[in-house]
Write a protein that binds this ligand. Structure first.
Ligand code: PRX
Length: 567
């Protein structure tokens, strides 16, 4: 069908338009008899073209180690991992989790897992035993790949993971030897586009983290948005600063960027303004995808610092994960002579859905417009579309290619995302008369700290497992640098309460609780602020009313308290 043949009925037009868009993406990727493998499309097909000797990955760590891999080398390295995993008995559909820092083996392994039809799960290396247990337990992972340094955290919980058959330590002598000897050739599984490829655990307001499952088809949208929104072209050097423990690191540090054959930089180190500018200059990075907290931290660094580096290669910059404040865009225009382009999406959406793509005029403070082929709207709680400038739920019309396939073992949770004809994102926003979307906030209690998504329930559970704590309520407290910080309101047992005699003893208790969460749950998900209170505001049915804690913290009216038990 040609574009001119498009039917005029709007709904039909929409279906046609989407099909048309994704069909063009489909043509660019290699599908064999309706089968496709995302890892093959990301790497191997380039190893069969002129890109064979093109650098796919520049890698550098904090201590100055540097490595680089061509598309062919990446293809071979991931084939080797696929072969090793097969020798361990890994079969199609098995879950293989990566508990690895951002080392090259993480990238080889992710691709190798997909190539043999297994499902890759990524775990942020700041996770501690509770976070690991929740994720590995629920997914019933058969294999965990890790390092000598991180392995003790898995050892601690191993007895509670009956499905876990192997722990593969990628820096152990035995693995290094088998990697060296493993065959470079691998039969790559032809997958149905709907077969599961990777999963990520993410947080909601209640309950444990949920396993968001994506299929091989997701690469379609990752591929097209890497072109349309990140504007990646063959001569680019691209740097995505995300960790593959989060969805951005999978979609745009592995699949979308490499499926376009783009040379990509990975830096395995902590944030440091001088180092970041040095990397941008040294690799002559042309396209940069990062997050607002990092941008704000760069803004806060010495203004003279950036002037020491030649950043003239930079031509396009994008941001994701949390609201991109107008000051950050203005600073970027002043500093780099170009703005950051905001992009909006979620673990569940699998790829960018709303964005300021390069051909658009940016309205500073807006997230932009839905990408071609995605229909977005603002709807009320019953799924009815609202008009311009009205606040409501940011919703998407289901069916975009990278939409999550399910929530692992929780089909009801999956269903709960949908109201009538809409996928409800959990974000509040509005759309202006020109079609631009504006982010207002979360509809639930999910916390975004330094761009990372944290569920208050996980932090509360960790606090309550401390012997001093009766109960805890956790909120995201607005923070000028990190977007939000985690703040915990804690009810202490009598004995501990009495032990507080002065400011010093109180601070010592608070520090102990923060550290406890850091050590048991995750290095990034601990409360930076703790406040002791006598009682938590709760509904009559016993649910903690976090919105009241938040309103009080911010000195705002507490709103409707009709369901509140006496407080
Ligand atoms: O609240 C929105 C916020 O991040 C949430 C999704 O988080 P996560 O699943 O960890 O994925 C982050 C990276 C894809 C959203 O529900 N968020 C994401 N992008 C933006 C944003 N908030 C404001 N502006 C954005 N551009």
């Amino acid at each position: 069908m040609k574009v001119d043949d498009a039917p005029h009925n709007l709904e039909a037009y929409d279906t046609f338009y989407r099909t048309f868009q994704w069909k063009s993406a489909q043509k660019e990727l290699d599908w064999f008899d309706g089968k496709l493998n995302a890892a093959y499309n990301a790497v191997d097909r380039h190893a069969h073209t002129w890109r064979k000797n093109k650098i796919a990955l520049y890698w550098e760590d904090e201590t100055g180690n540097e490595k680089k891999y061509t598309f062919e080398e990446l293809s071979f390295a991931s084939n080797k991992i696929g072969n090793i995993l097969k020798d361990f008995g890994v079969a199609r559909g098995d879950r293989v989790f990566l508990f690895l820092p951002r080392i090259p083996e993480l990238f080889f392994s992710f691709l190798g897992i997909l190539k043999i039809g297994a499902i890759a799960g990524t775990l942020f290396s700041a996770f501690q035993e509770q976070a690991l247990l929740d994720r590995l337990g629920n997914s019933e992972a058969a294999v965990v790949m890790t390092t000598k340094e991180l392995k003790p955290r898995i050892d601690k919980i191993r007895k509670k993971l009956p499905a876990l058959k192997h722990i593969i330590v990628v820096d152990a002598e035995s693995f290094i030897t088998s990697f060296a000897h493993a065959p470079e050739e691998l039969h790559i599984s032809h997958m149905d586009p709907d077969d599961y490829a990777f999963m990520l655990y993410t947080s909601g307001t209640t309950g444990k983290p949920k396993g968001v499952v994506h299929s091989h088809r997701a690469i379609l949208q990752q591929h097209m948005t890497a072109r349309w929104v990140l504007d990646l072209k063959d001569d680019d050097t691209y740097w995505c600063t995300a960790d593959p423990g989060w969805v951005t690191g999978i979609a745009y540090e592995i699949l979308g960027n490499w499926s376009l054959g783009i040379t990509s930089l990975v830096y395995a180190g902590r944030f440091d303004p001088a180092k970041w500018y040095e990397l941008l200059a040294k690799y002559r990075v042309t396209v940069w995808y990062t997050a607002p907290t990092a941008i704000r931290m760069l803004m806060a660094a010495d203004t003279e610092l950036v002037k020491k580096y030649d950043l003239s290669a930079l031509r396009h910059m994008c941001s994701v994960g949390e609201p991109l404040n107008p000051e950050a865009i203005r600073w970027a225009i002043k500093t780099f002579d170009k703005p950051f382009h905001d992009t909006w999406w979620q673990t569940e959406t699998g790829a960018i859905c709303i964005a300021n793509y390069p051909s658009m005029n940016i309205k500073i403070g807006s997230m932009g417009k839905p990408i071609p082929g995605v229909t977005a709207a603002i709807v009320d709680d019953s799924g009815t579309e609202l008009g311009p400038n009205q606040e409501g739920n940011i919703a998407l019309s289901p069916g975009w290619p990278s939409m999550m396939h399910t929530i692992w073992k929780r089909p009801h949770k999956y269903k709960s995302y949908f109201t009538r004809h809409w996928y409800i994102s959990g974000d509040r926003g509005m759309q202006d008369k020109d079609g631009y979307f504006w982010f207002i906030g979360r509809a639930d209690d999910v916390i975004k700290t330094s761009g990372e998504r944290v569920g208050p329930f996980e932090v509360e559970s960790a606090l309550v497992s401390h012997p001093w704590v009766i109960e805890a309520g956790v909120i995201g407290k607005p923070d000028p640098m990190r977007g939000e910080i985690i703040k915990a309101f804690v009810v202490l047992k009598n004995e501990q309460r009495k032990s507080i005699t002065d400011k010093k003893s109180e601070e010592a208790l608070k520090d102990e609780l923060s550290l406890y969460v850091k050590k048991h749950l995750a290095g990034h998900a601990y409360p930076r602020e703790v406040e002791f209170i006598d009682k938590l505001p709760k509904t009559r049915s016993g649910k903690i009313m976090r919105r009241i804690l938040k309103a009080k913290e911010m000195g705002l009216p507490v709103g409707d308290t009709s369901t509140l038990e006496e407080y």
